[in-house]
Write a protein that binds this ligand. Structure first.
Ligand code: ATP
Length: 461
């Protein structure tokens, strides 16, 4: 099979440039020169991100009966992180180079890691340059620390959560009480997590604060492996449903040396980013580690009692843990394309209509002869149903390209014929085909097409 990466025009620089140019995602605190690994999402970025999160909620909660939602606090009792093992074990081994002053992850010192390059001699890994002088590896905790109250002392130290999962374990008993569910059942949550990551980020791939979409699925211990396999397949299929090319996705099982302290088995869904195959989502079998630890530290019984059988047990947990930012980045990389249109180069995001930030753009061909007025009427009607944008500025070709660049699947153009016979043209972003459609049936027509099965046209390229 041909290397799928080779056929692609996309590079991380191009995606970063597009995101900045169109205000999807850009460096935070830019007027102060930016702040490490931190980005802000602008209008189209927010719409895209929300579509990803909505699709996740739909798959986890909307489409199922066995998962309930939760929104737990970012700052939890500090004992949480003692029990979870994050205070002791959530560390990266770091080395500093005394010559160049840069810091590297000791477990990333090989050429497969983009960031593991000697700044003075990028063809070699740190430590192998003639002037490199690395320190011994030191452990570095990734949790951000802060304090509650006005006085900073040991008793007031708290942490910003490094994963949303622990809030779910803390609330297990409460949720079990009101959700009227029994294992197998899940608790899903989306929210911000924070990690004091020291290796630079590759855009939004690795940031200091990021959103996670996590679900803890509680199962009878004997069924854990079966459910782990189930979730591996289900989660991989979700990315394919979002329109990501199958040959840019794979499952990779962790070796024993890679496993987190809580996990008995983990596989990652990986995506072929322009920087190579990287983790998009981790799917771990956490066993009963977390519930047992919190039971031990809190004194609460965290178990399931089956009244029908009299059986009592601590459920095992399967955890699909995905990153919103990494999904957004995978969608952008997968969709990014350049082609030639009328002798001009076009940048286009060929992404699934379901996740595209804007679904429909309404464009009067010219800014006179009643066309803008009719176009505004059409826009008013469509925007009640879809994320719709009105644009009358610039030549029609420029306006099409502006929409292509943000991935708008359909452009509706109002021209002189529209005023005569009440029809408009609908232009398809991927095929560029234009079809005449009656305004009376336009919303239905677009609705059908937006819901139609979609696969990436980049498959054919
Ligand atoms: P990595 O090995 O890349 O550091 P991880 O294995 O520590 O990731 P998990 O703890 O499994 O990550 O977190 C689940 C998901 O959260 C990841 O698959 C990723 O999508 C997302 N994630 C984790 N850390 C970051 C980060 N610093 N920036 C953006 N997303 C992140």
């Amino acid at each position: 099979m041909a290397d799928p990466a080779k056929a692609d025009v996309v590079t991380m620089d191009k995606v970063v440039a597009l995101c900045k140019r169109r205000g999807l995602i850009f460096p935070a605190s830019e007027i102060y020169g930016g702040i490490a690994n931190t980005y802000d999402y602008g209008h189209y970025g927010v719409l895209l991100k929300r579509n990803v999160i909505d699709a996740w909620w739909q798959a986890m909660v909307g489409d199922r009966d066995d998962i309930v939602a939760l929104d737990s606090a970012i700052i939890q009792h500090p004992r949480t992180w003692e029990a979870s093992g994050h205070l002791a074990g959530f560390t990266d081994p770091l080395v500093d180079c005394k010559t160049c002053g840069h810091r590297f992850r000791a477990d990333h010192l090989d050429l497969s890691h983009e960031e593991a390059r000697c700044p003075r001699k990028p063809s070699v890994v740190p430590g192998e340059g003639p002037e490199c002088d690395l320190t011994e590896a030191r452990e570095f905790n990734l949790m951000f620390e802060t304090t509650i109250g006005p006085v900073k002392d040991a008793g007031s130290t708290v942490y910003l959560r490094p994963e949303t999962a622990q809030g779910i374990f803390l609330d297990f008993k409460t949720v079990l009480g009101f959700a009227r569910r029994k294992p197998p059942f899940g608790i899903a949550q989306v929210g911000k997590s924070f990690r004091n990551e020291i290796t630079p980020g590759n855009f939004i791939f690795r940031t200091l604060e990021f959103e996670q979409m996590e679900m803890e699925f509680f199962v009878p211990p004997a069924d854990a492996q079966r459910w782990h396999e189930y979730w591996l397949e289900a989660r991989l299929a979700w990315y394919v449903e979002l329109g990501i090319r199958r040959d840019h996705l794979r499952l990779r099982e962790h070796g024993p040396e890679e496993l987190s302290h809580y996990s008995s088995a983990t596989s990652d869904v990986e995506y072929l980013y322009p920087i190579g195959w990287q983790e998009l989502e981790g799917i771990a079998n956490r066993g009963d580690f977390d519930l047992r630890q919190h039971a031990r530290y809190s004194g609460e019984r965290l178990e399931y009692f089956d009244q029908a059988t009299g059986e009592r047990y601590v459920p095992h947990v399967i955890e699909p843990a995905a990153g919103v930012g990494r999904t957004v980045l995978a969608l952008l990389c997968d969709a990014y394309d350049e082609d030639e249109l009328g002798g001009e180069r076009r940048t286009v995001l060929k992404m699934h209509p379901r996740v595209a930030p804007v679904k429909v753009a309404v464009l009067p061909l010219v800014r006179k002869d009643g066309q803008p007025e009719l176009a505004r009427q059409v826009h008013e009607e469509l925007k009640r149903r879809f994320q719709t944008e009105y644009d009358e500025g610039g030549s029609i070709g420029r306006r099409y390209r502006r929409q292509d660049e943000i991935g708008t699947p359909f452009c509706v153009t109002i021209d002189h014929q529209s005023l005569e016979d009440g029809t408009v043209t609908v232009r398809d972003r991927d095929t560029l085909a234009q079809e005449r459609v009656a305004i009376a049936g336009l919303a239905e027509h677009l609705d059908c097409r937006l819901k139609a099965r979609w696969t990436s046209p980049k498959l054919d390229s």
